[in-house]
Every structure is written in C-alpha cells, then in structure tokens.
Design a protein. Sequence first.
Length: 135
Amino acid sequence: MTYNKPLPKINADTKEFWNGCKQHLLKIQKCGDCGFVRYPPSFICPRCHSTETEWIVAAGKGSVYSFTVNHVAFHPAFQEDLPYVVAVVQLEEGPHMLTNIVGCDLSEVRCDMPVEVAWEAITGEFSLPKFRPVL
C-alpha cells in the first residue's frame, strides 16, 4: 500500500516521539527541573528554560479542547477523507495536541468530549496518534 499524504519530518527533537508512536506509545516530554509536561517536543523547557528533559508515556486520554470540520482539502491527498475533523486535544497530562478525531459521526464531536488515542499505522515507519470518543 502506498501512502500519498505528507509524512512527518523527523529531527533530533521529535525522534523519540515518533519512535514511541511506531510502538503505539504516546511519548511526551517532562522537564527534569520544574516538572512541566510539554508537547510538542523541544530541547528547552518553555517554562524554566532548562535543558534537563525526560520522556514519559502519556495515558493517551484527554478531551477535545477545540475542533473544526474540514470540508476543503488543503492538500490533494486528503480529498478522499472529506469531511474530516481536525482537533486540539488536551491530554490528561496537560499539553495540547493537534490531531484528528475518528470513530464517530462528525455531528457528535463537541468540546470537552472525552477521547482516547487510536493509532493509525500508515507505513512501516510511522503510526499516527488520532483520537476517538471514549465509550
């Protein structure tokens, strides 16, 4: 199967995140000094500017913070997915993550809806963390 959508660009900051996704582990960073839990990954804590970082495995649960239903494909490869939901999910650990909501009718998506991670294996190297409603 050929995957025609854009693939993530891995760098030193994101490598551990994408390695975790491949194993269906949602890895996020925690500051080794102040304890701030953050996403997206970065080499420095945005709260205290420490470079002491540890990776933790998030529970993969959260709630919809905000969302939009896309009716226009902003890349030709997404045309067949229309309409689809792009959402900001607030993880239980605190950070917000941009993702898709899957596994429900578009009309059911709402802010504060409890969600859990649903993995989509797209290639041998990548699995994407998407979220579905908690039943």
